[in-house]
Design a protein around this ligand. Structure first.
Ligand code: ITT
Ligand code: NA
Length: 210
């Protein structure tokens, strides 16, 4: 059983839909979110803290909306911005821009207290490249006794639109991909194209081999 560490029930619904409810359970633990410009180190730090807390395999999910014309805002601050000004005001910020392109990113950080074998196989290499792109080269900076963490990143491109749809959560109503906002998609449809779905696919493939 995998402990999906999050306070957000929307994330759990998607992870359970993807991996199956025999595999995943929510652990409602509010780990420390460090301030960083990238999601990778935030998720890695959270996974180490959660593993130390529970002593069982954990998966931490850090996500955000990055708006091109706003220099990537709200990005790693997406949760804070949703809680303070709210999703509609983020749409208002983007509304006046000619370029409405944006992306969702999700980084999953897995920690079970064990080392990961370096492997020459291409899946692992891609993961390392994705992890490096996610700012995950945090091993260089951490002290020697830091717990090993494995990162999986997913990205989906789309554009900012006026809010539509009742499904999903968070910024889903203002993010359109292929003509539909993510709030107009079922959980299954969203998982098939989303940042989280893509990160879960990479994780699932790797975890099955473990
Ligand atoms: P945890 O940290 O406890 O997991 P959180 O909701 O605070 O829950 P994040 O720190 O990753 O999660 O913040 C991400 C923000 O982006 C938050 O406001 C979410 O509602 C939003 N978000 C994350 N994934 C999303 C998705 O798939 N669709 C829409 N909004 C999303
Ligand atoms: Na959070």
């Amino acid at each position: 059983m995998l402990n999906y560490v999050t306070t957000n029930p929307g994330k759990v619904r998607e992870a359970v839909q993807y991996l199956g409810d025999a595999e995943v359970g929510q652990v409602d633990f509010d780990y420390t979110e460090i301030q960083a410009p990238e999601l990778g180190p935030i998720a890695a730090h959270g996974a180490r803290e959660a593993y130390r807390q529970f002593g069982e395999p954990v998966l931490v999910d850090d996500a955000g909306l990055f708006v091109d014309a706003l220099g990537g805002f709200p990005g790693p601050y997406s949760s804070y911005v949703e809680d303070t000004v709210g999703v509609d005001r983020v749409w208002k910020l983007g509304e006046g821009e000619e370029n409405r392109r944006a992306e969702f990113r999700c980084v999953l950080a897995y920690c079970d207290g064990e080392e990961f074998r370096a492997s020459p196989d291409p899946i692992d290499r891609d993961d390392r490249v994705a992890a490096a792109a996610a700012g995950a080269d945090e091993n260089a900076e951490e002290e020697e006794d830091a717990l090993p963490v494995k990162l999986f990143e997913g990205v989906v491109r789309g554009r900012l639109v006026a809010p539509r749809g009742e499904g999903g959560f968070g910024y889903d109503p203002i993010f359109e991909h292929d003509g539909k906002t993510m709030a107009e998609m079922s959980t299954e449809e969203k998982n098939a194209i989303s940042h989280r779905g893509r990160a879960l696919a990479k994780f699932g493939e790797w975890f099955a081999e473990r």
